[in-house]
Design a protein around this ligand. Sequence first.
Ligand SMILES: Nc1ncnc2c1ncn2[C@@H]1O[C@H](COP(=O)(O)OP(=O)(O)OP(=O)(O)O)[C@@H](O)[C@H]1O
Length: 254
Amino acid sequence: MEVSALSKRFPGKRGTPEKAVLDNVSFRVDDGEFVTLIGPSGSGKTTLFHLIGGLELPTSGDILLHGRSTVGARGHIAYMPQQASLMPWLTVSANIELSLTIAGLGKREARGLARDWLARIGLDAAADQYPDVLSGGMQQRVSFLRALLSPQRLMCLDEPFSALDALTRQHMQAWLLSLWESNRRSVLFVTHSIEEALLLSDRILVMSAAPASIVREVAVPFPRPRSEALWSDAAFIRLKQELYDMLRPDAARG
Ligand SMILES: Nc1ncnc2c1ncn2[C@@H]1O[C@H](COP(=O)(O)OP(=O)(O)OP(=O)(O)O)[C@@H](O)[C@H]1O
């Protein structure tokens, strides 16, 4: 995916001035790459996802997938939101089967694939249960699996672990890391956590405060497969401090 000179301004409501949220944002996500956007709260990360997902139109600029503009078009990306947003009236397995059948698989094939994958992520016992009896971490795993199995090659994950407690979040990061490393998809990830970004990503894009642009790009040098042991690595700690300094409110403004 290539995001090219993207800007977004929202009209002001009831006489208030218009709001510039994104200003000339450009970056790319290559095939099989894990790219993370990190930036201050309110810098426009979710707005950027809405533009990429075709839910909003940019004021100017373009979004290209495999060289073709997808501005305003839906269905081109797999999306995992902050809350798992599973269909409460469908079982866990049926939630996954539904996205597979929408993607064109036959019912029987979808059922087989859903069961197979639920077993691979340790949730086979939950296949016939309804989402509301699952813990937050389990629901997020199902939600991630749904995005992973959808046919779009780019997955956009919007702070997927922000609603989880610290320990579950750490487990989920390790889980996502091992699953992604064995099944590489192109990922655009949003997080507020510098450690999470460093652990998971190939590249980190640092956004400024709104109107946001990409102010820095950091290539994450740690070899894969990675593990949480990285957290105590001296180079990890150094890079974490550098990113922290870039994101300080005074630095992020300019
Ligand atoms: N439809 C809209 N109309 C007017 N302003 C909007 C609209 N949608 C978003 N905004 C504004 O755009 C700014 C960026 O919001 P957005 O949710 O994209 O930020 P964010 O970086 O995802 O924030 P956070 O990190 O806190 O989730 C905010 O000031 C928000 O109020």
